[in-house]
Design a protein. Structure first.
Length: 352
């Protein structure tokens, strides 16, 4: 429950309804609020995220749309905000049941499709339209490929510079000591070979994977290697990526399956866009993914992203790559969520 409705967060009174458009990217939900009914202050998207984290009105909105009965523990979405400058089409604050994240690749893919569907960005007659988006970790691009009917076919998520942060970090868990690689893809991910924990990435193992993902994140809390070197707002492990190495396909593409356990035990149904970018960086740094090689990245539900190194660069004085991750998103709903002032179960609840 929340007493946010008694605050002065809404000059015209507390929230009574919210319009959303829902998409899924490779099975993972993304709920878009084009016109948030709350004030979100700040000059940049990063500043607006910092404001949102501490503001009861913005958190009430997040909880309203994420918590049951309007959402669920694994719901995900974004609040559209102004971009940092005229170089981008829009800004976005990504949210989940525990707060506001710094990056979201599957959300970026969905936003690319939404931007064309909504008319915010006109379709380029060439068949490729770039939608430039400011997110808390930087500026990204959703490169939307369209059909002859101007419908989105697939989207390339072009991420911020991504890099290996640390390798072979020893972490104590309920499954014993595990070796973890830390990779940055707009958020920090701990990458774990599932087999090293005696598991594989299957639905039958999901409960164990969630518990172990929480162990890994908790064990790394406060570890100096998880601190962002220039911006403390970007510090900390966001998610744990468990992966199965499925070898090399006859086409020469590297094939892996993963599940990302992020925030506090939340499960990504997609192969995780920013997590896939982090995997590209880690695998490339380890010499396991060649410059022109594709990573075929499957999710726990069988959906797929394809990713590769778009270009090599440096960031913070260390080698980095610009990953490109390709997937598809589809609209599933247009909704008006309502709040009955008599309803005592507001903004809602979660059971995990």
């Amino acid at each position: 429950m929340s007493d946010a409705t008694t605050t002065d967060a809404w000059p015209d009174g507390p929230i009574r309804s919210v319009e959303t458009v829902d998409y899924h990217t490779a099975g993972e939900p993304f709920r878009i609020v084009a016109e948030p009914p709350v004030a979100i202050k700040g000059e940049t998207v990063a500043e607006r995220r910092a404001y949102a984290i501490g503001d009861p009105g913005v958190n009430y909105l997040r909880q309203l749309l994420c918590f049951e009965p309007r959402g669920h523990a694994d719901m995900y979405g974004g609040l559209i905000v102004p971009p940092d400058d005229d170089g981008a089409h829009l800004g976005v604050l990504f949210w989940h049941k525990d707060g506001f994240s710094t990056a979201c690749g599957h959300g970026t893919i969905a936003l690319g499709v939404w931007a064309l569907d909504s008319g915010l960005v006109p379709v380029d007659p060439s068949g490729i339209t770039d939608v430039v988006i400011d997110v808390p970790s930087g500026r990204v691009t959703a490169r939307v490929h369209t059909t002859s009917e101007n419908r989105a076919r697939e989207v390339d998520f072009i991420n911020v510079p991504s890099r290996l942060v640390a390798e072979d970090v020893l972490v104590a868990t309920r499954q014993g000591e595990l070796r973890v690689d830390l990779g940055w893809g707009g958020a920090l991910y701990a990458c774990v070979d599932a087999a090293s924990a005696g598991l594989s990435v299957t639905r039958e193992n999901l409960t164990d994977l969630i518990a172990l993902g929480r162990d890994v994140k908790a064990a790394l809390a406060g570890d100096p290697r998880t601190l962002h070197p220039t911006d403390p707002r970007l510090s900390g492990v966001y998610g744990t990526i468990f992966y199965d190495d499925l070898g090399t396909l006859p086409t020469g593409e590297l094939h892996q399956r993963n599940v990302t356990i992020f925030a506090d035990g939340q499960v990504d149904r997609s192969p995780c866009g920013s997590g896939t970018a982090a995997r590209v960086a880690v695998l490339h740094a380890a010499g396991q993914l060649a410059d022109d090689q594709v990573l075929v990245h499957d999710s726990i539900v069988g959906s797929r992203f394809r990713a590769r190194v778009l270009e090599k660069t440096t960031e913070l004085g260390t080698p980095a790559v610009i990953p490109i991750v390709t997937g598809s998103a589809f609209r599933v709903a247009r909704s008006t969520f309502e709040v009955d002032p008599r309803d005592p179960i507001t903004p809602g609840f979660v059971l995990r």
